[in-house]
Design a binder for this molecule. Structure first.
Ligand code: ZN
Length: 60
């Protein structure tokens, strides 16, 4: 019996480049958004981004 899940079928544009995580220094080679040149220093890898989202409250 074939199970056909269509998850992961959506398209997500990834921007490729050479950046660095501001927190752990991990190389970032692709991002789901086009990074603002003025915020290059604040880029975070997926792990750090996930952690900061979990621990920090949204401040607007
Ligand atoms: Zn990181």
């Amino acid at each position: 019996m074939a199970f056909q899940n269509r998850y992961g079928d959506f398209e997500r544009k990834m921007y490729k480049g050479e950046w660095k995580c501001a927190k752990c220094g991990t190389a970032i080679t692709e991002l789901p958004f086009n990074p603002d040149p003025s915020r290059i220093d604040q880029l975070q890898c997926r792990d750090c981004h996930r952690q900061s989202r979990a621990t920090e409250r949204n401040r607007y």
